[in-house]
Design a protein around this ligand. Structure first.
Ligand code: F6R
Length: 613
């Protein structure tokens, strides 16, 4: 949530910052702003998308080789020009951008007002810049020390960058529970919420750790200190393997469509080097390292939010069925606040595309405190969850920029299935024959996904038939129940259509009352074990004149006859069906959103990476 980017070097800062903000816009897009230092600090900020900022900055002198920029997802204070970042100090000397929440801002604000500080915005962030100003003035110290002293007083989460008009050769950044990456170029440095604004210029990065402050000097050096004033000796410089093309739309109308169509490749990528059907093995290094712990675990708890939580629900079926390990699934936000019982021989697995979700991070911290082994299944390399967990497996889906998660979901499912299979094998719960058959079916998945994507036009037609409905019900059983939840979430978040996912058998316990001739009911009926029951559920919907859209296995003539529309997808082994049945639902919601003229990649009120609680 919120994107921050800063530059110091020998190039013009403004175009680099604007380009960076456009790349970070997925993190928040209700307002944006820049401050460029050129003698004085010149700040322009504007409600709306980055383009609104560019329009507002037209004709303003923003020349300069040092600057900061921000794209906001509002927490404290409505989205408007005044609440937009950067925020400047009362003496106009300092300018700051912030991602996170200062929890004790009202106490700090009261004390600062008593000291004569005047506030203009409703944000928690403005308190921080006044606090830094207060320490700088009172102690007559440099910017880095003032930031350090101020942060010692702060409770909450932050990634910040600050500039000082009296010190045009320095940028100071710091983080706690919100991401901040330092990019090291030639005669230039970058600070950003993720590597996307940096990668065009350099692949050398340092991921700051919690409670670290970085001071960058134009003379080509940087130092990292802790808030406790200890120097971090030899920080790790990583070389990223990220290509600029991965951050472009590649000719697709939207990132979401590109990401849906990338799935044959991304599914293959998440298996690459980890599976060999011919030789009959699976290997996930992070898992092998802790195999003994997994074998002795009495319980696995999966924590996640949103779409990642839906993957966790599917993992519960897989871990219990294949590995026979009792498995619980928790919303990270609930887990952390309800005093859960966690034993030191538990394993807590966090699922997160971004690796930065605040609630998931907090749930992991709690699990660590209790001594559980923590395991991260994460997409973004170097992200906070990847770094705080004891072990883990990246899903290797590549950058996911559309706010609605698609390819990360299927890649999470691949990794979870590999884990469940490997654990089941080690436990001796799966026969060699079944194991090899499943591996073969997994290797076949990309081809099957390609076949589903060929149905795009048909799915678009079905979308056109139901695009005007303001409600939809998604039904599935067993492994396809979480897919019903996921289908409903995709429709809600990008089309603003009210949708609910239900286990099909639960329909008669309430939701059936909703069904009439205007209600589209999307039935996910690809799992054969539950097919007869699903057929009855479809009859129940039809008897009440509901519009049935059924996702079925190719050749299912019976459901084909009963449903108003059918989407026939290739068969696979039952365990793998969710990986295929979700894809038509992603396409359906995409087309409905486009037809309803919604902003598919940046739906209202949402942001890609939820770094606040
Ligand atoms: C939905 C969506 C969100 C995320 C959720 C968790 O399409 O993208 O529901 O799944 O915010 O995010 P991560 O996986 O980054 O922890």
């Amino acid at each position: 949530m919120c994107g921050i980017v800063a530059y110091i070097g020998d190039k013009e800062a403004y175009p680099i910052i604007i380009e960076g903000l456009r790349r970070l816009e997925y993190r928040g897009y209700d307002s944006s702003g820049v401050s460029i230092l050129n003698g004085d600090i010149h700040t322009v900020k504007k409600k709306g998308k980055v383009q609104a900022l560019v329009d507002a900055a037209e004709g303003v002198n923003l020349e300069g080789t040092i600057g900061i920029g921000h794209t906001r997802w509002a927490t404290h204070g409505k989205p408007d020009d005044i609440n937009a970042h950067p925020h400047n100090s009362g003496n106009k000397r300092l300018s700051l951008i912030h991602n996170g929440i200062i929890e004790n801002y009202s106490t700090l604000k009261k004390a600062l007002i008593e000291l004569g500080h005047v506030f203009h915005s409703e944000t928690d962030t403005e308190v921080l810049i006044h606090l830094i100003e207060e320490y700088q003035t009172r102690n007559n110290c440099d910017l880095e020390e003032a930031v350090r002293l101020a942060l010692k007083k702060v409770v909450g989460a932050y990634a910040i960058v600050v500039i000082d008009s009296q010190d045009p050769n320095t940028i100071v950044g710091a983080r706690k529970s919100s991401p901040l990456v330092l990019g090291i170029g030639e005669n230039e440095y970058f600070l950003a919420s993720d590597a996307s604004p940096i990668i065009k210029y350099t692949n050398k990065v340092v991921y700051l750790n919690d409670e670290e402050i970085v001071k960058i000097s134009r003379n080509g050096s940087f130092t990292i200190k802790t808030i406790g004033n200890e120097l971090v000796k030899s920080p790790t410089i990583k070389e990223l393997d990220l290509k600029l093309e991965e951050l472009e739309k590649d000719g697709y109308d939207h990132f979401m469509l590109k990401e849906i169509f990338q799935q044959p490749t991304t599914i293959a990528e998440s298996m690459r080097g980890r599976i060999n059907a011919d030789e009959g093995w699976i290997q996930l290094n992070g898992l092998e390292r802790y195999m003994k712990r997994f074998m002795n675990a009495k319980r696995i708890t999966l924590v996640a939010c949103g779409t990642s939580w839906h993957s966790a629900l599917i993992a519960e079926y897989l871990f219990e069925e294949l590995a026979r390990i009792p498995t619980d699934v928790e919303y990270a936000s609930e887990f952390r606040y309800r005093k859960p019982i966690v034993y030191s021989d538990d394993i807590v697995i966090a699922l997160s595309q971004s690796g930065e979700t605040a609630d998931t991070l907090a749930a992991l911290e709690l699990a660590k405190e209790k001594g559980a082994l923590t395991y991260g299944i994460v997409n973004v390399v170097g992200s906070s969850i990847a770094r705080i967990t004891d072990s883990g497996s990246y899903i290797h889906a590549g950058p996911e920029i559309g706010v609605a998660s698609t390819k990360a979901f299927t890649s999470q499912l691949v990794v979870l299935t590999l884990m469940a299979l490997r654990l089941g094998q080690e436990k001796g719960n799966i026969s060699e024959g079944e194991f090899r058959e499943l591996l073969q079916a997994m290797e076949d998945l990309p081809r099957r996904v390609e076949k589903i994507l060929e149905l795009n036009d048909k799915i678009k037609f079905i979308a056109s038939e139901i695009q005007e409905s303001n409600h939809a019900l998604y039904l599935g059983r067993g492994l396809n129940f979480p897919i019903a939840l996921e289908g409903a979430l995709k429709l809600k978040e990008i089309s603003y259509v009210h949708a609910e996912g239900y286990p099909a058998a639960e329909m008669k316990h309430g939701p059936i009352a909703l069904i009439d001739e205007n209600m589209p009911v999307i039935v996910i009926a690809t799992n054969l074990s539950a097919r007869e029951k699903i057929v009855s559920n479809i009859q129940e919907v039809k008897a009440r004149k509901g519009i049935v859209i059924a996702i079925v296995k190719e050749g299912d003539d019976i459901i084909n006859e009963m449903a108003d529309y059918t989407i026939e997808i290739p068969g696979t082994m039952e365990t793998l069906t969710p990986l295929l049945s979700v894809i038509p639902l992603q396409l359906l919601s995409y087309h409905i959103a486009v037809m309803r003229e919604c902003n598919v990649d940046q739906p209202r009120n949402l942001a890609k990476s939820v770094t606040v609680e």
